[in-house]
Each structure stands twice: as C-alpha cells, then as structure tokens.
Design a protein around this ligand. Structure first.
Ligand SMILES: [Zn+2]
Length: 184
C-alpha cells in the first residue's frame, strides 16, 4: 500500500518553486506554504496542477552593471598602453604593447569590445563584465590620451578611425566632429 501521508520531498520543492514563480497573492502563497506539511500526496499534486495553471511572474531584469561605467566615457576607439593596465586582473592575455578597445552604442545599450586586426577589418571580442568595468575606469582617467593613442597608432582619427586631412586634426589626432566629444 502506498502511504498518502505527507507530500513527497519532490512535491514540496516543486510547490515552493511554483509559489515563488507564479502570479499568486503573497498572503495566499504564505498560507499554502504553511499548510503544506498537513497535505497528503494527492492534495499536493492537485495543488501543483492548479499552480501550473497560474501565469508566470515576469522575470526581474537586472540592470546591466557595465552601463554606468561606459556612460562615463565617450563612444570612441581607444588604445591603452599595457603599462597602464598591467595592474588589472584581466580575463584575457594581451599580446603587444597596446590594448585596443571600442565603446559603442547599439539599440540603447553601451558595449565595449576588444579590437584585434587592422583598421577597417577589426575583429571585435567580447569582454567579461569585470574587465569592461576595470578598463572603463582606466579610460575615464584620461579619455583623450587613450583616443589619441589609438589615432597615433593607426594614423587616423582616434575616435572613429577616419583619415585626418588637416593639420589641426592631425595634431590632435581627432577629426573635426570627434574632437567636439572630447571638448576641443
Ligand atoms: Zn573621428
């Protein structure tokens, strides 16, 4: 004979999960939790069936932790000398003496990508959340320096990569539109 006394552990776990995920009044959910030990297996399975019919609560979307750090710097390309970042515990290895990154916005979200390859044909690599935050902090300490370093390395506008045709642009290493972003 199968005993009907008390719900199984599996049933209890499932009911507790459902109570936290389904759209149910908090007071009612508390009452169900309290009554759980007094239920038999059949009542528990009936309860599961009725909870499964309830709509799921919308998932809480966590705010993206990188956004406030990326919002503090310009949307631009940057080159960071390795000596400026070798105190950081980065999740990737840097080859060469400069790290190239780009900050840009896509559909309302700011992204930082690591760039490898050459101008016009960059490969963009994802960075971990903690790398993005650490690198954004370093960039924020001297944004113009790092944009300019990018421009110097590639002989172009440090911010967008455009060719620089006039002497002022070349001396700043920023084109006429991009230098406004950096306050020139
Ligand atoms: Zn530019």
């Amino acid at each position: 004979m199968t005993t009907l006394i008390g719900p199984s552990e599996k049933q209890v776990d499932f009911i507790l999960t459902l109570l936290s995920e389904r759209d149910i009044e908090a007071g009612t959910a508390d009452e169900m939790r309290e009554n759980l030990p007094a239920m038999d297996k059949r009542q528990a399975s009936d309860l599961i069936a009725s909870l499964l019919k309830l709509p799921k609560l919308p998932r809480v979307r966590r705010p993206n932790p990188t956004q406030e750090f990326l919002a503090a710097i310009q949307k631009s390309k940057y080159a960071l000398p390795v000596s400026h970042i070798n105190h950081l515990d980065l999740d990737f290895e840097i080859h060469g003496d400069l790290l190239f990154v780009e900050v840009r916005e896509y559909m309302g979200t700011l992204y930082m990508r690591r760039l490898t390859g050459s101008l016009g044909g960059f490969t963009r690599h994802k960075l971990s959340v903690h790398d993005v935050i650490d690198l954004a902090k370093v960039i924020a300490s001297n944004q113009y320096l790092y944009a300019k370093t990018f421009g110097e390395h590639y002989s172009c506008c440090g911010s967008c990569g455009a060719e620089l045709t006039d002497p002022t642009s070349r001396s700043l290493q920023l084109g006429p539109e991009c230098r406004k972003k950096f306050g020139f």
